[in-house]
Design a protein around this ligand. Structure first.
Ligand code: PRT
Ligand code: ZN
Length: 285
């Protein structure tokens, strides 16, 4: 039986979350011990550990079937790949930045200027779309020092917390692109591999759905139950169990995490007590 080959970053900002996602899908990966390729012991996949910049090419050339990379790398490398699932982790943005003393008003500042970046293709498209004529200076790393050493008037680099820009005397002035980790594949997989991928995707989506949801348990007097049910935007109708205490029930439901804080006061106001909110490990829909 064939195996689906998954390329993930060997070491860097995507590695830990990529491996964790695979493990949360119940796929056991033996401790690699620095190996470049390893097989799962309980699911038909092989994991290839690579530099993130090489992953698009490996997937396009079918050395790997699917890969996990940042959208920034996917777009920059301009390979013919499809995004099959956004993964939500390693979120960041690609932004233009200038020295903090610069009196920056708008993008026209960059006309006639030199900008250093490791993302020349994305930046070229961005300047073209916005009618800016600037010179793009490609550098492969430590982009943030380019203005300080007089190589460029501005930079275009990945920003997450902003502290790298800050500590290099720079300020972020335009967001060029938002990025997160994505699962990519080449256009067509053979049917056996497609079946494995479908199974994997089903698991990934169950894990993601579970992360967005919480299981809620609460106690309430029976006469308030109807009101409480209306407040809870559950999956289906909630489970209601009688408590030993006469006239009281326990109510169980699933809610999305971001809604919880909005409705907690309403629930208390409607007489809910002993509210418990617990994480869900997997959610099968
Ligand atoms: O060795 P390899 O080539 O595999 O790794 P790499 O060094 O090229 O990439 P890596 O591990 O740094 O990043 C992998 C991916 O993580 C990137 O392609 C992005 O999609 C994503 N990501 C998320 C980030 C960041 N956050 C990030 N903060 N990539 C880089 N940074 C760097 C940025 O370049 C800058 O130097 O962190 C600094 C800015 O961070 P803040 O928090 O100070 O703003
Ligand atoms: Zn890289």
């Amino acid at each position: 039986m064939s195996k689906l080959k998954i390329a993930i970053q060997k070491s860097g900002r995507l590695s830990e979350n990529s491996l964790r996602l695979i493990q949360e899908c119940g796929i056991k990966i033996p401790n690699g011990g620095g190996k470049l390729i390893t097989e799962s012991t309980n699911f038909p996949v092989e994991i290839l550990f690579l530099r993130d910049d090489d992953i698009p090419q490996y997937v396009e050339q079918k050395v790997a079937d699917i890969g996990i990379i940042g959208e920034n790398v996917l777009i920059e490398t301009r390979k013919n790949l499809v995004v099959i699932q956004k993964l939500g982790f390693s979120a960041c943005r690609l932004s233009l930045a200038v020295a903090k003393e610069v009196d920056y008003k708008d993008l026209s500042y960059f006309n006639g200027k030199k900008v250093a970046t490791s993302y020349p293709s994305i930046l070229e498209d961005y300047f073209q779309e916005n009618n800016i004529k600037a010179t793009i200076e490609f550098i492969s790393g430590s982009v943030e020092i380019a203005t300080g050493i007089g190589l460029a008037d501005g930079i275009c680099d990945i920003v997450s917390s902003g502290s790298t820009l800050f500590s290099n005397g720079l300020k972020e002035v335009e967001k060029v692109l938002s990025s997160q980790a994505v699962l990519v594949a080449a256009e067509k997989l053979d049917s056996e591999k497609q079946q494995i991928l479908d199974k994997l995707l089903f698991r990934i989506r169950s894990v993601q759905k579970a992360k967005e949801s919480k299981y809620i348990l609460l106690n309430a007097p029976n006469q308030n139950l109807e009101r409480i049910i209306k407040i809870l935007p559950g999956m289906n109708s909630p489970t209601i169990l009688p408590l030993a205490q006469e006239g009281w029930s326990s109510l169980h439901s699933v809610i999305s995490e971001d809604k919880f804080w909005d409705i907690i006061e309403e629930l208390k106001g409607a007489g809910a007590e002993g509210i418990l909110v617990v994480p869900i490990e997997k959610m099968i829909l």
